[in-house]
Design a protein around this ligand. Structure first.
Ligand code: FEO
Length: 169
């Protein structure tokens, strides 16, 4: 049902999502090493969400009869300048993911592959949310990074984030 080209793009996207999971896990480790466990938790949950995104694509590609090919995942950076640098890189990465998803949607539209465009609608909405929250956290970390009391409260806020598994069985 799905074309080879769309299958290839989805396979690539699975690898992008898995890379994003590794990237955020690396960011999480940086914050754990700084004893900012709340912010570390935020990125760890983000990492789990990315794996969930990859899983959703894996399941979809299987459902539409595409060949699943697991790609190579590059080693993410681990040496970050500071907390602001990490949040800025996270936002940058989300924008990259959004462009990549739009590209699949564009190709699926061109092919009249409405199953794929419909499937990807969830990801488009998710990217709107992810970019909005990543952008908000860039603003917040810039506000608090030089003020230990404010940073403590920010760390507490982010410690509240929990991973919510996808409800689709
Ligand atoms: Fe799977 Fe953060 O995009």
């Amino acid at each position: 049902m799905v074309s080879e080209k769309i299958a290839q793009l989805i396979n690539e996207q699975i690898a992008h999502e898995q890379y994003a999971a590794q990237y955020y896990l690396s960011m999480s480790a940086w914050f754990f090493a700084k004893d900012l466990d709340g912010i570390a938790n935020y990125f760890r949950v983000q990492s789990k969400e990315e794996l969930m995104h990859a899983d959703k694509m894996f399941d979809y590609l299987n459902d539409v009869g595409g060949q699943i090919i697991i790609g190579e995942i590059a080693k993410p950076p681990h040496d970050f300048e500071n907390a602001v640098d990490i949040f800025e890189k996270a936002l940058e990465h989300e924008k990259k993911v959004t462009r990549s998803i739009f590209n699949i949607v564009k190709n699926a539209n061109d092919e009249g592959d409405f199953a794929t465009t419909s499937f990807l609608q969830w990801f488009i909405n998710e990217q709107v949310e992810e970019e909005a929250s990543a952008s908000q956290y860039v603003t917040k970390i810039k506000m608090v990074c030089d003020n230990p009391s404010a940073l403590y409260l920010f760390d507490q806020e982010l410690s509240q984030r929990v991973f919510v598994p996808d409800t689709k069985a």
